[in-house]
Write a protein that binds this ligand. Structure first.
Ligand SMILES: Nc1nc2c(c(=O)[nH]1)N[C@H]1C(S)=C(S)[C@@H](COP(=O)(O)O)O[C@H]1N2
Ligand SMILES: [Mo]
Length: 446
């Protein structure tokens, strides 16, 4: 679009921290980040991220035609930060957990701030985090991975062994099967961070699992499944079909060019592209080759779908195609009637590439095609956008994606027709954001 004759609409970010117990008033925020009286203007500039730019009044001496102090001084020496961190002015771009979601913080989830993400790669410090028994902090020299079961020779690998095998790097998303579960019965949470933030995408590096299975000489005739087990206190175990294991599963130690973060299973995890999060076993310590599914706790009591006829769907492996608009999204505020707003969002499918995304601004009555911003990769997040002028009237924003198999993301009503009301896992229904006449955005269901 040409911006020449267009008024670019202003938008206030959602006060994302409002679910936490932290205070929200300006003074409270200043106090909390240690900026009382006498704070430098530069430090106080942290505020726009916490509220919105309109609330911060810059000192004219920093603005053109004046030269700000940082344009006249020597800057910090190189190497001041041997491991670089985000600017302090970005301090509101953080993972957040929903208070009261679980009884302990060890068995809980911290959601990724999708509303602040650009492109398709999640920065390592912002990858969502889901643990059943707290984060294990492991010295890689003390870690071992055993591969056994229906194999010619069971082996125990050190991390050094794993790093010597031929490696590959691939970009894939991980989505927890419970993502958007809090939106199943009613739109219970207000922002996209909480509705869809159990979702992240990284470039993962590691050894193809097929390489290790060959190395132990697995029984090609009898092997039907593998069991993956984590070294954390939960001893989390998941069954994975051998076809997946031999296809694109990785024993991954790298994440976006560096070793995995501890939150992601340092020093090694399983990466099962397109399959629900729980199968991506972190702190991977054991792989067993077998001929039947193991039916463990994490695949019977948990992560199964109770259907309306009282039967339970087990082993829902694949995360089906899904999309969400990340801006405008819940609790944001549009300020300019008649202004231009770029609709931005993410689409993904556990079955392959995203083929197309459509956008509706009237709750699904009319659809038009969004633009896919490359790269469009298999089983990876895909970014989309669409031009939109908000005319000041109420709107219902939706996105609907189609993947390369032709599968179309369903409406919530379609999902409920099949799944009934007791099936909060694997909710890939179409998300609706309502824009009211004041420009305030709400999480609703239509
Ligand atoms: N060992 C182990 N692996 C685990 C878990 C765990 O608690 N322990 N949680 C699983 C779940 S439910 C999800 S959704 C993903 C989350 O991966 P992340 O924390 O890297 O985002 O890890 C999976 N792997
Ligand atoms: Mo999960």
């Amino acid at each position: 679009m040409s911006t020449h004759d267009t008024r670019l609409g202003r938008l206030i970010e959602a006060p994302e921290n409002f679910l936490s117990t932290e205070g929200r008033s300006r003074r409270e925020v200043l106090r909390r980040i240690g900026l009382g009286l006498g704070a430098t203007a530069a430090a106080a500039a942290a505020l726009p991220a916490l509220a919105h730019a309109g609330e911060y009044v810059p000192d004219p001496k920093y603005l053109p035609p004046n030269l700000a102090p940082w344009s006249q001084d020597l800057g910090k020496p190189v190497g001041s930060d041997p491991y670089g961190l985000p600017s302090p002015f970005e301090r509101s771009n953080i993972r957040r957990s929903s208070p009261g979601l679980t009884t302990t913080t060890q068995s809980s989830v911290a959601f990724s701030p999708l509303q602040n993400q650009f492109g398709i790669i999640t920065p390592n410090g912002l990858h969502f985090e889901r643990n059943h028994n707290g984060r294990a902090d492991i010295n890689p020299y003390d870690h071992r991975l055993m591969v056994h079961g229906l194999v010619r020779e069971a082996k125990i690998y050190t991390m050094e062994d794993l790093l010597r095998f031929p490696s590959v790097s691939r970009i894939h998303f991980i989505e927890c099967g419970a993502n958007t579960g809090m939106n199943w019965a009613t739109p219970a949470v207000p922002t996209v961070q909480y509705t869809h933030g159990m979702l992240s995408c990284s470039e993962w590096t590691g050894v193809p699992l097929s390489t290790l299975l060959d190395d132990v000489g697995f029984d090609r005739k009898r092997a039907k499944f593998i069991l993956a087990e984590g070294a954390d206190g939960s001893g989390l175990t998941r069954t994975i079909p051998i076809e997946f294991a031999l296809d694109d599963v990785l024993v991954a130690y790298g994440q976006n060019g560096e070793m995995l973060r501890r939150e992601q299973g340092y020093p090694v995890r399983l990466l099962v592209p397109g399959v629900q999060g729980v199968s991506n076993v972190k702190w991977l310590r054991r792989i067993k080759v077998g001929d039947q599914p193991w039916n463990t706790r994490e695949e019977s009591l948990q992560y199964s779908d109770l259907m309306p006829d009282g039967r339970t769907r087990q082993y829902t492996w694949i995360q089906e195609a899904k999309s969400v608009i990340t801006s405008p999204s819940g609790e944001q505020q549009l300020l300019d009637k008649g202004g231009y707003y770029q609709i931005r969002g993410l689409a993904w499918s556990g079955r392959g590439r995203i083929k197309r995304v459509d956008i509706s601004t009237d709750g699904g009555r009319n659809w038009r095609q969004a633009e896919l911003q490359g790269p469009v990769l298999t089983k990876a997040l895909t970014r989309f956008c669409a031009d939109w002028h908000w005319d000041g009237s109420p709107a219902l924003l939706q996105s609907r994606c189609v993947d390369e198999t032709g599968y179309v993301q369903p409406a919530m009503a379609q999902l409920r027709e099949v799944r009934g009301t007791h099936s909060p896992y694997h909710n890939n229904g179409i998300q609706t954001w309502q824009v009211d006449t004041e420009g305030k955005v709400h999480n609703v269901q239509v």
